[in-house]
Design a protein around this ligand. Structure first.
Ligand SMILES: NC(=O)c1ccc[n+]([C@@H]2O[C@H](COP(=O)([O-])OP(=O)(O)OC[C@H]3O[C@@H](n4cnc5c(N)ncnc54)[C@H](OP(=O)(O)O)[C@@H]3O)[C@@H](O)[C@H]2O)c1
Length: 175
């Protein structure tokens, strides 16, 4: 199972153009993040998301979870040696390599990364949490696709803060 679990503005952006996340709630009520993290074998994120997380400068937020950072360029992770693996290659290669090392359940994170996995038919489930704000422009979650990706609505729940979370399964024919 490969899952996208992500917060976005109602107009579909996961960050401002400069990467800022200030429009996301700082301390949202429990909307399933911890449960999802506990259920996955690894978190696969794009380099830009990784750099954002490092830029927060706080304690390492992922505990002992296996973290895989995707990039096509050299990436110096010496400051957090042993906590992350760096990988490149197309999404199918990444998935195959991770499966061979025992990681089947993946949390896929980052805008460009999610778009590449979706285009490659490698996402099974989308859990989208809409934050009640329009920001006009930013880094979009979705982008061009080689064909339609059919989704089956699984559930929608809303939270007192105004977050609205919808879960979709990607129809098998779209994978
Ligand atoms: N709202 C939320 O919940 C949420 C969640 C996650 C991230 N974000 C935000 O979204 C922004 C980042 O999104 P983004 O779309 O800019 O980027 P991203 O997906 O985090 O990173 C994109 C980069 O990942 C690398 N990459 C992705 N797939 C690859 C592959 N198969 N092989 C090799 N390299 C691969 C490439 O790096 P190279 O160019 O180095 O090759 C690519 O430029 C940040 O501001 C982050 O904070 C928000």
């Amino acid at each position: 199972m490969r899952t996208v679990f992500i917060g976005l503005s109602v107009d579909g952006f996961i960050a401002r153009r400069n990467g800022a996340l200030d429009f996301l709630p700082e301390a949202p009520e429990d909307h399933g993040y911890e449960a999802l993290m506990a259920s996955v074998d690894a978190l696969v994120m794009g380099r830009a998301t990784f750099e954002t997380v490092l830029g927060f400068g706080g304690p390492w937020p992922y505990g002992d979870k296996r973290i895989v950072v995707l990039t096509s360029r050299p990436l110096d992770v010496s400051a957090i040696a042993g906590r992350v693996e760096v990988m490149g290659g197309d999404p199918a290669e990444v998935v195959a390599r991770l499966a061979a090392s025992g990681a089947q359940n993946l949390y896929v994170d980052g805008g460009a990364t999610v778009q590449r996995f979706l285009a490659a038919g490698l996402i099974d489930r989308l859990i989208l949490t809409r934050v009640p704000v329009l920001i006009g422009e930013g880094i979009p979650l979705f982008g061009p696709l080689p064909g339609d990706v059919r989704l089956r609505h699984v559930a929608t729940r809303s939270f007192p803060s105004g977050l609205v979370q919808s879960e979709y399964a990607v129809e098998p024919a779209s994978r």
